[in-house]
Every structure is written in structure tokens, then in C-alpha cells.
Design a protein around this ligand. Structure first.
Ligand code: TGC
Ligand code: FAD
Length: 394
């Protein structure tokens, strides 16, 4: 039985299947035992806890919603979401690692790869033997990836890739990178295709992004591709156009919507426990109306976000979830999680700035989560376009 029982004000638990609860409890316990005790130190040192990767693989956390035929857990999307929730309860960097590996690297190989590519890469990625990264963002093209300038030119033997990718999670630890590049004119976003590029290929280099004050327990890198030659088999044959990487983003954004709830739950738990034990003016601070208002707001927003995730997951399992519904959940849940983390930090007073508590680390992390996988603003515009039919991006 898990030591962390988790805020569940509306008995969302009763809406889960036995298998979904079992998956959630297993990951919850693993996070309590293996992530929470060490993450503060790794965060301060600016290091991803690499030693956790084999354990995560053993638990089946990589590409958990992909088929068992490729060595994956074959879970439904609700169970997958619960995994992301529990991982991010530990740290956004740990959830990021699993999201990138599963949603941004294994998913495109599964969706756009040949049978040979799936057999060659997916089992090794599920078992953590091969770590992947996803290169879409460029130094000059973040929110607007369709304008990317990385190119892939076809030769007699294969392809030559040239360009740079920026802010790439797992970039310096990965053995394989999914690189998105234009195979036609720079103005032609329809010519974007995906490639599986081994990171030891000649001309490929990765440099760690230094000076991060957020997601410190996660590797983030710049990738440079200087005429990197790859064979014909490196191309993901069914990828075509900007839609392909955007489909991957929908997978990862779905996981983030759940993950953010986990970070908020961790902060709320910390806030409640602190409010009940910290005595000021001769009584626990939880006995003051101002702190109760903070806690009531947190509980309300977390409960709404949990219900949002569950229904989104059920829709996804029925094949009915739209990218816009995923945008709404990513936008809302990251935003409320950031608010919960900030209010927890404030409730904790001076202790709230310490790494031995969780709130400040989650708050700093969530600032990255707010920006990556489509900034909050971009998701606002995606929803604005869905509502009005009018494009306000450009
Ligand atoms: P647009 O014309 O709107 O779309 C091109 C085609 O794609 C379709 N589409 C989608 N399909 C699936 N999922 C989505 N989310 C989709 N969004 C659009 C669209 O229907 C169209 O299809 P078709 O058939 O008509 O060709 O393209 P646009 O150039 O106008 O761009 C729209 C915009 C701005 C929304 C898009 O570029 C965007 O989402 N920008 C944000 C970029 C972003 O999120 N980057 C994330 C990089 S990866 C990352 O951050 C990893 S963090 C990892 C971690 O550590 O966890
Ligand atoms: P910009 O696009 O320059 O945006 C700057 C500001 O302008 C933002 O506030 C934005 O909302 C706003 N803005 C932009 N366009 C509009 C508009 N049309 N209307 C109104 N406002 C607008 N990318 C990957 O490919 N792979 C990864 O693994 C990856 N990991 C990441 C890890 C971390 C820690 C971080 C921080 C980022 C990561 N990213 C990754 C990149 C991430 O996806 C981009 O940072 C994000 O898409 C935003 O791009 P940008 O930073 O260039 O901001």
C-alpha cells in the first residue's frame, strides 16, 4: 500500500479500473521510494538521475501505451496518463524523460516507421537500452516549427542532414535522435520528414544548455548537424509534412496534461501538511482563514483538472480526442499547477524556498512546462481558432 494516498476529493479513483489503479499505485510507490528521496539533491547539482532509467524500463514506463508486440506495456491511455501524473509528482524532469522517450521518440517510430524500424528500435527503447531525443525546435523557430531551416538532401546512398536544433531534452544522453528536416524548399512545410539519426554519426554533436534555473534535473541540449550522412533506412517512410511532428506533440501534450496534475498534487499535499503543523500566533497556520482560502482554491483546481484528464483519456481510448481538446487540458492543467506550486511556496514562508521542500522546485520546473510543447499562448490561439475558425497566429 502506498504511503502517499493522493488528493482525490471527488472519488475519481472509483472511475478507474482495477488495472489502472494498480498501475498508478505501483508507479506511486516507486516514485515515493526512489525519486522523492533523491530528486532535491540532483536538482541542486543540475543532474538528471540516470540511475533511475533501468528501473523505469523494468516497470514498463517507456512507451507504455504502445503494443506489447514491440516490448511495450500495451496499456490504455488512462493508465499511461496516470503514469505521467505519478512521475511528475516526483519531478517534471523525470516525467519529461519518459514523455520524450515514449511520446516523442517511440510514438513516431511506431506511427511513421517501417516494420523493420519498429522491430529494430522499439524493443530496445522500451527496455531503456537506447535513449532517444526529439529535435523539432530550432534557435530561430520555436513556436513556428513550420519555418524550420534544417534540411535533408537525398543522395544516391541516403540523406545528408544539415542544421541545428535547440532546447532538446535528453539531447546529450540519447543514442538516437528523431530529427525533423525539410526535404524540399525552405518555404515548403509539406516537405518536412522525420529521420532516425544515430547520435554517434559523423557531423552530429550535442552541447548541454548551461545556466538553467528550471528543469535542472533534466538534460537539455543544442544539437548541431553538419552534413550528417544517414542511409535511406533512416527516413521514417510514413512521415510527411508538419502534421507528422505535430501529431507527436499531441501525444506528449496529453501526457503533460496529466503530469501537471501530479506536480500540483505533490504541492497540495505539502501545503496541507505544513499548514497543519506550522504554528504561528499560537495556532497552526491552517487555522487562519487566509491559508484555508489558499487550500480551498488549490483543491478546487486540482479536482477539476483530475476530471478533465480522466474524460480526455477516455475520449483518447475511444479514438475521439482532438488535438484541440488536448491543448485545452495542457493549457489549463499546467497553468493551475503553476498557481498551486506558487501558492504552496508562499504558504511555506521561508522554508518554501528550500530544496528540501518540493514547491519551489515544482514551481521552477512548471515554468518550462508552461513554455514547452506549445506555450500557454500558443494553446490559447489553438483554442481561439477552434472557437472562431479564425487564425490569429500570423
Ligand atoms: P497548421 O497549418 O495549423 O498545421 C499543419 C497540419 O498539421 C495539423 N495539425 C495537427 N495534427 C495533429 N496534432 C496537432 N496538434 C496538430 N496541429 C496542427 C493541421 O491540421 C494541418 O494538417 P493538414 O492536413 O491541413 O496539413 O500549422 P502552422 O504552421 O500554422 O502551426 C500551427 C501551430 C502554431 C499551432 C503549431 O506550429 C504549433 O503547435 N506550434 C508550437 C510548437 C511546439 O509545440 N513545439 C514543441 C516542440 S517539442 C517540445 O517542446 C518537447 S518538450 C519535451 C519534454 O521535455 O517533455
Ligand atoms: P518563442 O516561439 O520565441 O516565443 C516567445 C514568446 O512569444 C512566448 O511567450 C510565446 O508564447 C510568444 N509567441 C510566439 N508566437 C506567438 C504568436 N503567434 N502570438 C502571440 N504570442 C506568440 N523542443 C524540441 O523540439 N524538443 C525538445 O525535447 C524540447 N525540450 C525542451 C525542454 C525545455 C526545458 C524547454 C524550455 C524547451 C524545450 N523545447 C524542446 C523547446 C520548446 O518547445 C520551445 O521553447 C517552445 O515551443 C517555444 O519556443 P521558443 O522558446 O522559441 O519561444
Amino acid at each position: 500500500m502506498s504511503r502517499f494516498h493522493g488528493v482525490d476529493f471527488y472519488d475519481v479513483d472509483s472511475l478507474l479500473s482495477e488495472e489502472e489503479r494498480a498501475v498508478r499505485d505501483t508507479v506511486r510507490e516507486w516514485v515515493d521510494d526512489n525519486v522523492t528521496p533523491v530528486i532535491g539533491e540532483h536538482y541542486l547539482e543540475g543532474k538528471f538521475p540516470k540511475h533511475l532509467v533501468p528501473q523505469m524500463a523494468e516497470l514498463g514506463l517507456f512507451g507504455a501505451n504502445l503494443p506489447e508486440a514491440y516490448g511495450c506495456a500495451g496499456l490504455n491511455n488512462v493508465a499511461y496518463g496516470l503514469i505521467m501524473q505519478e512521475l511528475e509528482r516526483g519531478d517534471s524532469g523525470v516525467r519529461s524523460f519518459a514523455s520524450v522517450q515514449g511520446g516523442l521518440v517511440m510514438y513516431p517510430i511506431h506511427a511513421f516507421g517501417s516494420e523493420d524500424q519498429k522491430q529494430q528500435w522499439l524493443p530496445r527503447m522500451a527496455s531503456g537500452q537506447v535513449i532517444g531525443c526529439f529535435g523539432l525546435t530550432e534557435p530561430d523557430y520555436g513556436s513556428n516549427p513550420g519555418a524550420m531551416t534544417t534540411t535533408a538532401r537525398e543522395t544516391r546512398d541516403g540523406w545528408v542532414l544539415r542544421g541545428a536544433k535547440m532546447w532538446i531534452t535528453n539531447g546529450s544522453t540519447a543514442q538516437a535522435a528523431i530529427i525533423w528536416a525539410k526535404t524540399g524548399d525552405l518555404g515548403d512545410a509539406d516537405s518536412i520528414r522525420g529521420f532516425i539519426v544515430p547520435t554517434d554519426a559523423k557531423g552530429f554533436s550535442a552541447k548541454d544548455q548551461k545556466g538553467k534555473l528550471s528543469l535542472r534535473a533534466s538534460d537539455t541540449s543544442e544539437l548541431v548537424l553538419e552534413d550528417v550522412c544517414v542511409p535511406k533506412e533512416a527516413l521514417l517512410p510514413k512521415s510527411g509534412g508538419l502534421k507528422s511532428p505535430l501529431m507527436c506533440l499531441t501525444q506528449a501534450r496529453y501526457g503533460i496534461a496529466w503530469g501537471a496534475v501530479g506536480a500540483a498534487m505533490a504541492c497540495y499535499d505539502e501545503a496541507v501538511s505544513y499548514a497543519k503543523t506550522r504554528v504561528m500566533f499560537d495556532k497552526p497556520i491552517g487555522g487562519f482563514q487566509l491559508q484555508q482560502a489558499r487550500l480551498a482554491d488549490m483543491l478546487t483546481e486540482i479536482t477539476k483538472a483530475q476530471l478533465l484528464c480522466l474524460q480526455l483519456g477516455r475520449l483518447k481510448d475511444q479514438g475521439k480526442a482532438t488535438p484541440q481538446q488536448v491543448s485545452l487540458a495542457k493549457r489549463n492543467n499546467v497553468s493551475i499547477a503553476t498557481d498551486v506550486a506558487r501558492e504552496t511556496r508562499r504558504l511555506l514562508g521561508a522554508n518554501g524556498i528550500l530544496a528540501e521542500y518540493q514547491a519551489m522546485r515544482h514551481l521552477a520546473n512548471l515554468e518550462s512546462v508552461y513554455t514547452y510543447e506549445g506555450t500557454h499562448d500558443i494553446h490559447t490561439l489553438i483554442l481561439g481558432q477552434e472557437i472562431t475558425g479564425l487564425n490569429a497566429f500570423n
